[in-house]
Structure formats: C-alpha cells, structure tokens
Design a protein around this ligand. Structure first.
Ligand SMILES: Nc1ncnc2c1ncn2[C@@H]1O[C@H](COP(=O)(O)OP(=O)(O)OP(=O)(O)O)[C@@H](O)[C@H]1O
Ligand SMILES: [Mg+2]
Length: 314
C-alpha cells in the first residue's frame, strides 16, 4: 500500500509569534518543526515551549507537554494517568493541551511509544514538548532505558515529518546533553544567555555569518533568545505564555554591573572614596577576587588598576 504524499495543511497560514517577526509555519510544511531551546536555569526555556504549545493548540494541534519536574499540572491540569489515557486523548483530540508526568527515561518510554503509535495511525498534528531534554536523551545511544528513550525521541525527530508530529526540546547546554541527531535535524533554534565562554566554541559556527559574538549571547536577559529560523537569525524578547504569566513574575532585565568602556571605568573608580580605597588591602582584594571567581589574569589587571588609582591620588 502506498501512502499519499504528506501535506501539512494545518501549517498553511499557521504562525508562531515568539516576540520577533511572526514565523510562518508554511515554511515548515515540508519538514515539520523541530525546535530546540538552549539556555541556563531560569532562562525562559520552559516558557518558550509553553508559548508555542498555547499558540499551536489554538491552530489545530494537540500539544503534549512532557513534564519531568511536576511544574505544569498546576498550569494545564492534571497529567494523564498512563499511556493508554494519553492514547485516548490523542485519538479523541478533545483536550488541546495534555500534560504527561514522566520523571525519567523509564517513565517516559510507554508514553513515547503511545505517541509514536498515535502519530503513525492518526497523522493529525501533534506538538510535543520535551522539557529538560537531557533527562530523556543523552549524547550516546545506550543499552538501557535512557537508550530506548533516546531511540524513541530520535524517531520523533527523524520520522515526525510524515506523521505531523512537531517537536520542541529544551536543554541546558549545546554539547554533552542531548543526542546529536536532534541537532542534526533541528530547524528552529533558540539560544539563550551563555555564561560559559568555553561553550562558545560549539556555538560559534552557527553564529559565524551573523556577526553575533559571545558578548552578545552573554548579555541576553531571561526571556531573550537568538532565534534561528528559516528566515535567518533574530534576537527575540519572548512574551510570557498565558498560563505562566498568570502565576509567575515577569523577570526583570538585570542591568550589567560592570563598566565596559574606559570612561565608565574611570567614573566608577573616581566614585570610590579615599577611605574605601585604602580599605582594599591585599587580603581583602584576594578574598573578593576569590568570591567573584576571577581568573588570575583578571586579578592581575584589577590589582594594577588599583595601584594606578592609588598613585594618581597621592
Ligand atoms: N519571556 C519572559 N519574559 C519575562 N520573564 C520570563 C520570560 N520567560 C520566563 N520568565 C521568568 O523566568 C522564570 C523562569 O522561566 P522558565 O521556567 O521558563 O525558565 P527555564 O529556562 O525553563 O528554567 P529551568 O532550566 O530552571 O527549567 C519564569 O517563572 C518567569 O518568572
Ligand atoms: Mg524549565
């Protein structure tokens, strides 16, 4: 039996509004959506997935939220009781957003199989959010439950296109967290603040054409992402998902505390009074440096700046 060519009709005219120019899903009709969000704790990755789920559920998708931390039931209702219950929801499509509670790969497997089966049989649009992807996926295929979960998730990524299964996965880091097959197939990428300069090596190739540098990534506030889509790369300040916006505070952008230009430094130095400057003994300086986690190079240049300032005031 031959199947007809998949046509993702629901994609035509559907859009995602993630805070930048609306993303036209027609551009994803031939590939399906495989979105990945990378960012540190509290960066707004979960919010990004919820925002997409809410928007897609209003446009014909059933969104399934895999919740390893038990944080989504209070927002979208009780989790399905088991994999059969999930299968029923996906058959009836009577709830636009379905929460799946799975704390680890072992708990995920039965739900994963039910999702593959439902996608295969019904071929109606499903948006699957796998929050904390590193809980269910790993960099290598292994011969345990994590291995099987990796396998299922990779099947979502590789075969989802023909089954109207769209995927969103979050992870803390770009390397060493989730299977590379996901990165190989991704077509919408959200990259949040990066604190770790060594992570830049893995990210830099993507950013090469865009003139975006580590400092730009480092300066992103919660809810801000660089978004790579079919259109190219754009910095986005993401709105809050409706359900989360009702209960969570909107994160405030933290103003960077450190001066970055010479005149800012100069002004900051001049604002330090003589007695406070005198109190900065070697021991105090090395203590503060240790607390701030400064590198030896940074300590050296700081100490030199302090000496200069002392001499200038004599
Ligand atoms: N777009 C946004 N605008 C403003 N505030 C936001 C935004 N997204 C998230 N926040 C705030 O940051 C908090 C953390 O967001 P979220 O839970 O989505 O982060 P996360 O990246 O999933 O963190 P974790 O890795 O710990 O799960 C939210 O509760 C909310 O207060
Ligand atoms: Mg989260």
């Amino acid at each position: 039996m031959s199947r007809s060519v998949v046509r993702r009709n629901e994609m035509m005219g559907a859009t995602l509004d993630l805070g930048g120019a609306p993303i036209e899903l027609a551009e994803y009709a031939t590939t399906g959506l495989l979105a990945i969000a990378i960012g540190p704790r509290g960066n707004g990755k979960t919010n990004a997935g919820l925002l997409m789920a809410e928007q897609l559920s209003r446009q014909g998708w059933v969104s399934v939220l895999v919740d390893p931390e038990g944080e989504l039931e209070s927002l979208y209702g009780k989790a399905v009781s088991d994999a059969q219950a999930l299968a029923r929801r996906l058959e009836k499509r009577d709830k636009p957003i379905v929460v799946v509670a799975a704390g680890d790969a072992t708990e995920f497997i039965a739900y994963g199989r039910a999702l593959l089966e439902a996608a295969d049989v019904h071929r109606k649009p499903i948006f699957l959010m796998i929050d904390e992807g590193q809980v269910f996926s790993s960099t290598k295929k292994r011969k345990d439950d994590v291995g099987e979960a990796v396998d299922i998730i990779n099947q979502f990524a590789e075969r989802g296109r023909k089954r109207a299964l769209d995927l969103f996965v979050t992870a803390h880091r770009y390397t060493g967290s989730i299977h590379r097959s996901l990165f190989a197939n991704k077509n919408l990428t959200l990259i949040g603040c990066q604190e770790d300069p060594t992570a830049w090596a893995a990210l830099a190739p993507q950013f090469r054409a865009s003139k975006i540098e580590f400092n730009d990534l480092n300066a992103l506030a919660p809810g801000e992402f660089f978004c790579f889509s079919r259109r190219g790369v754009e910095k986005m300040r993401m709105p809050m998902a409706d359900a989360l916006g009702h209960v969570a505070p909107k994160a405030k952008a933290v103003k960077r505390a450190l001066p970055s230009t010479f005149s800012q430094w100069n002004r900051a130095m001049m604002e330090i009074s003589d007695d406070r400057l005198a109190a900065l003994s070697d021991r105090v300086v090395s203590f503060l440096g240790a607390v701030a986690g400064l590198a030896p190079q940074q300590m050296l240049s700081g100490v030199r700046a302090l000496q200069d300032e002392r001499e200038a005031r004599q």
